[in-house]
Design a protein around this ligand. Sequence first.
Ligand SMILES: [Ca+2]
Ligand SMILES: [Ca+2]
Ligand SMILES: [Ca+2]
Length: 112
Amino acid sequence: MHKRLLVSLGVLIAAGSAAWAAGGGADYDGDGRISREEFRNQAARSAFAADKNSNGVVEESELKLSAEQKKALDSNGDGKVSVEELQAGQVSGFGELDKNGDGFLDAGEMKG
Ligand SMILES: [Ca+2]
Ligand SMILES: [Ca+2]
Ligand SMILES: [Ca+2]
């Protein structure tokens, strides 16, 4: 049950970042699709970008998250969402976005 929440949360966040990634240059090798590696790089970049004051924690003022999202992302339960936790949450969404399971997000999959 908790796991399911985490997965759907990942998808929610990943869906936003996938849309952003599509127009944001995540496709480094230019083959028109986002590999797992490219997605992970993009998740890392966007998580670090979200931490505007670079203190390692993504605060309320830096990224709007619902209480439910925050709780699911906060995997060590310290009440804060770290850059690493946000990154992990995004990466966990890749599997569900990749509907045909080929390890790549193509244009159709990125639109959701
Ligand atoms: Ca690519
Ligand atoms: Ca911060
Ligand atoms: Ca935490």
